[in-house]
Design a protein around this ligand. Sequence first.
Ligand code: PLP
Length: 399
Amino acid sequence: MNKKTDGEAAREELKPDTRLGVGGRDPFAHHGYVNPPVYHASTLLYPTAEDFVARRGRYHYGRRGTPTSEALETAIRDIEGPACAGVALLPSGLAAISVALLSVLRSGQHVLVTDSCYGPTRTFCDTALARYGVATTYYDPLIGGRIAELMQPNTRAAFVEAPGSLSFEMQDIPAIAEAVHGKGALVLMDNTWASPLYFRALEKGVDLSIQSGTKYIGGHSDVMLGTVSANSKTWAGLHELVGTMGLCVGPDDMFLGLRGLRTMGVRLAQHHKSGLAVARWLEARPEVLRVLHPALESDPGHAIWKRDFTGACGLFSVVFKPVAEKAVYAFLNALTLYGIGASWGGYESLAIPFNCKSVRTATTWAPGGPAVRLHIGLEDVSDLIADLERGFAAMAAVK
Ligand SMILES: Cc1ncc(COP(=O)(O)O)c(C=O)c1O
């Protein structure tokens, strides 16, 4: 908040974009400076031996929290809404996923994971979780409430991601949550695509909501960060695990996260608008079989997206009519404004080829042609479309 007199009560009523601007700020605790200082800290000194022994004071040690970590946690908590009991900061999105899973699962238990999850989530389940005696069953992302049929007596959690990584299937999260909660288990979600700005996961039945802060929170492709937002059922376990494992984020990375968060609302609105414009243009191209983007009316997940989400980010996929692999590579290599590289959520556009076939175990990936994932950045849409036209010309030139 900007004034000494502003109270907590007023904050609840603020709109999300306003919360992004005020969350986690307390200027008059820092001489009036708008932004909180970046504390580079390990040791914290106590005035006396008695204070040290009694651990008196708000902070105790750099790893256990500083005003910098508290500012970012509070800001994220503010945008998650009142259902959020606490936020843990992790050094990457993948660390946020693995720590969230570890915080609820014990040896001998079982977890249900969507077949459309981010690839490394699956690797974590198949390796580390399996070694600790946790069994994973992958399920069809379109399963909805029928997930109840896959639940075993030892099923502790279901992991959802909507839309799916690369393939963009929409999951009916309220229906899944109702079925999973009905059997006494928890719901974890990778909510990186929509973020709490466009999908209020904790209010739709999710117990632990995960974001790769590397994407739109950072927003500039210059930081690795992960966040897990917990409700009152899951916060104590998450907080304890993060503390006992000694996990923390470097102060400059937290600062970049906090700085990015302030403009996330306007950036996401532009990614949404530009992404849809490019998606609609692609849909009308003769080379294109399908565009996988839940905000398009033609998308099979559109009704769920419209019911549960309030926006879309700049990430979606396109399936071409069958062409040779070298034609797809010619398309990608001809693009000058789209970088070829992993991750997304920065201000810049990206394009990568992909094929989910080898990683699916519960469903079959057969989209009908080769696929490319696009991230639509903040460049002018007409330039981005002109670049794609260049790509299609290069594709057509391949014999
Ligand atoms: C949907 C999704 N979740 C999580 C991650 C992992 O995030 P990070 O790269 O910060 O570990 C990614 C990364 O691309 C992702 O696409």
